[in-house]
Design a binder for this molecule. Structure first.
Ligand code: C5P
Length: 229
């Protein structure tokens, strides 16, 4: 099924599973739009910090989520994010922002406030939607649902490499602990917990290169008739 006539591929999975880079690459290759839903939750976290809002203020947080103006780039080599007109690309990527986003993402009012905004990303010619609940809650009718995972050790190693490359100083054990904590919170929350949709194809990428993951997803896309290569 399409979303208002637009084909959607949902790519969900835990932190560090590689779904961000895979989704960006797929979207760029297909010329489709990209929804990095984590960046939306991170933007709310950043905005909340700036407005002095805490997790005990769900209504104010939801209002901030509805009000904020965000713009993201889908380009392969240009991962840019603007919040209320300001370039927040680097700020969004910090571990601190990710941890705050995960706490804020457990608040039902915030998730509800972002639902429509996420659905609006489904525009022709197609959408690659990257997140935790793309296949379960936001795009339950998605044509293809992938649940991308990898071992905790491998995910921590990948995140470590990514952050060091971006000039962000972190320690691998701290990162591993942080990811485990975030997994736990994302998987056990009451609303939209992290889990594969019933009709998702689960792909463990621990032993796979990004190219192999992309090839697998493209083959699945081919099976749906959405894409042939
Ligand atoms: O994917 P990323 O690490 O940028 O996401 C940051 C946090 O936002 C996640 O840990 C998760 O708690 C939350 N999130 C979510 N639902 C999504 C995307 C992200 O709850 N669809």
């Amino acid at each position: 099924m399409t979303v208002n006539g637009v084909p959607v591929v949902a790519i969900d999975g835990p932190t560090g599973s590689g779904k961000g880079a895979i989704s960006r690459s797929l979207a760029a290759g297909l010329g489709w739009r990209l929804l990095d839903s984590g960046a939306l939750y991170r933007s709310v976290a950043l905005k909340a910090g700036r407005e002095g809002l805490g997790v005990k203020e769900p209504k104010a947080l939801a209002a901030a989520a509805s009000r904020m103006q965000v713009e993201f780039s889908s380009a392969l080599d240009l991962e840019a994010a603007f919040l209320d007109g300001e370039d927040v690309t680097a700020l969004l990527r910090t571990e601190e922002c990710g941890a705050m986003a995960s706490r804020i993402a457990a608040i039902p009012e915030v998730r509800k406030a972002l639902w429509e905004r996420q659905r609006a990303f489904a525009r022709p010619p197609g959408l690659i939607a990257d997140g935790r609940d793309m296949g379960t809650v936001v795009f339950p009718e998605a044509e293809l649902k992938v649940y991308l995972t990898a071992s905790l050790e491998e995910r921590a190693r990948r995140r470590y490499k990514q952050l060091i490359q971006k000039g962000i100083d972190v320690s691998l054990p701290d990162l591993s602990e942080d990811i485990a904590r975030r997994d736990e919170r994302d998987a056990n929350r009451m609303v939209a917990p992290l889990k594969p949709a019933e009709d998702a194809r689960v792909l463990d990428s621990t032993e796979l290169s990004p190219e192999e993951v992309i090839a697998r997803i493209k083959a699945w896309l081919g099976e749906t008739g959405l894409f042939s290569n």
